[in-house]
Design a protein around this ligand. Structure first.
Ligand code: 6PG
Length: 469
């Protein structure tokens, strides 16, 4: 019997995704460049619906036609290498599905290249880590609509099942990987916001790990309910090997990044959008790597932490909760604004309500807020800031966000993602900005002209008597 689908790349995500198909009784063939890995995998999981192959040709021959092949290999040249090896073995209308975190422009180019060879190419974002790959990830496929639609019944079986199967057609031309890139940008901001709340809790409000863990557990009972808050509560109470110590305190404060967050920021700049909370999360990770420099400069600069009137202990939890809710809404709004802009610019024709629904389960940013976000975009195409529900929440919580940022600044705690959220909010909701002065400066030194408030047209003024301008 031929397999319904094939999978190339048996690192941990690939292995778990293959097992997910097999668990759902979908016969699957697997292949890995290093054959020992395939052998070990098949030895460990001997099942009739899971077949391993040492030769790529045999792997391809084992698949039902038109073939469907999932690639779960490292984004970048490895994807192109596998594609090159597959091309001579495939027939017209076979489909390759790239499940890595590929750059959307690479996906566009690969799709075009393969179309010329009559091979279908789908770029599919997958989120949920190892556990999600095994038990149900969130899936974001993009490419030719008819091709994705034919795949959907299969993908629905392996996607996170609740609240509804977390998979939907995203759009053509790299849209699947674009949506995954934005997911990751929001993931960066979400993680950084939690880290900033933790930093403030620890340093300013003198909360210990268990108290902080309880705080995040309490957040779980509110609109902040999310996977990242859930795992944070668990991380904070995880002990280390010696009594009364916690693992989190033994972990070096240097964070890595693979690049999808950086692409999100680059895209925001490219498309005239702003994602300051995501940008701050990237900067925090980058600067974290300069541990020595940070240590040296902390010694050099005496901190003059002013005595501040801190909130009473029973006010602190609410302050942190409200500030985090406001900042979280605002960082989702930043990512979603960028999706909206990209949808126009790249003609992705994204359905934001569907995207929010696909993110409700299985993925790293799954959270209860996504239900409300999906509801908003079911009725409206306007930015989240126009949602009556979020307007009410922001009205209620912005005071806490402002207050917490003030406390952080007074205590020299860097809170870029919280502050970025506030900057995004204030910039978007202020009628009169000082851009009149910027326009005057540009006209002064470069004769760039300006528009006036009192009459139409472009104007230049002779600002200086002796200058050319
Ligand atoms: C997911 C994640 C995943 C990502 C890791 C690491 O949705 O499952 O986004 O795709 O690769 O979270 O990303 P960084 O190394 O960039 O933090």
């Amino acid at each position: 019997m031929k397999s319904q689908i094939g999978l190339i790349g048996l690192a941990v995500m690939g292995r778990n995704f293959a097992l997910n198909f097999s668990n759902k009784n979908i016969p699957i063939s697997v292949y890995n460049r290093t054959s020992q890995i395939t052998d070990d995998f098949i030895d460990t999981y001997s099942r009739s619906n899971l077949k391993g192959f040492i030769s790529l040709q045999d792997f391809v021959n084992s698949l039902e036609k038109p073939r469907k092949i999932l690639l779960i290999v490292k984004a970048g040249p490895a994807v192109d290498n596998v594609i090159q090896e597959l091309i001579p073995l495939l027939d017209p209308n076979d489909t390759i599905i790239d499940c890595g975190n590929s750059y959307f422009k690479d996906t566009q180019a690969r799709q075009k290249y393969l179309q010329e060879k009559e091979i279908q190419y789908i770029g599919m974002g997958i989120s949920g880590g190892e556990e999600g790959a095994l038990n149900g990830p969130s899936l974001m496929p993009g490419g030719e609509k008819e091709v994705v639609e034919k795949l959907l019944p299969l993908l629905e079986k392996v996607a996170a099942p609740s609240p509804t199967p977390c998979v939907a057609y995203m759009g053509n031309n790299g849209a699947g990987h674009y949506v995954k890139m934005i997911h990751n940008g929001i993931e960066y901001a979400d993680m950084q916001l939690i880290a900033e709340i933790y930093h403030l809790g620890r340093k300013v409000f003198k909360m210990d790990n268990l108290t902080l863990s309880q705080l995040f557990e309490q957040f779980q009972k509110t609109e902040l309910n999310s996977y990242l808050v859930e795992i944070t509560a668990k991380i904070l109470r995880t002990p280390d090997s010696t009594p009364d110590t916690f693992l989190v305190d033994k972990i070096l404060d240097v964070a890595e990044a693979k690049g999808t967050g950086k692409w999100t920021v680059q895209e925001a700049v490219e498309l005239d959008e702003m994602v300051p909370s995501i940008m701050a999360a990237i900067s925090a990770r980058s600067k974290s790597k300069e541990k020595r420099k940070r240590q040296e400069l902390e010694r050099k600069y005496k901190r003059d932490n002013k005595e501040q009137l801190l909130p009473s202990s029973n006010e602190i939890n609410l302050l942190l909760q409200e500030a985090m809710l406001a900042a979280k809404i605002l960082s989702y709004a930043q990512g979603i604004d960028l999706l909206q802009k990209a949808s126009e610019v790249y003609q992705f024709d994204l359905n934001l309500s569907k995207i929010a629904k696909v993110w409700r389960g299985g993925c790293i940013i799954r959270s209860s807020l996504l239900n409300t976000i999906a509801d908003h975009f079911e009725k409206s195409e306007q930015s989240l800031l126009f949602s009556p529900f979020f307007q009410e929440r922001l009205q209620q919580c912005m005071g806490s966000l402002r207050k917490l940022i003030g406390i952080a600044q007074g205590n020299t705690i860097p809170v870029g993602s919280l502050s970025g959220a506030l900057f995004y909010f204030d910039l978007n909701s202020t009628d009169n900005l000082p851009m009149n002065l910027i326009q005057a400066q540009r006209d002064y030194f470069g004769a760039h002209e300006f528009a006036r408030t009192d009459r139409p047209g472009r104007f230049h003024y002779q600002w200086s008597e002796n200058g050319n301008n």
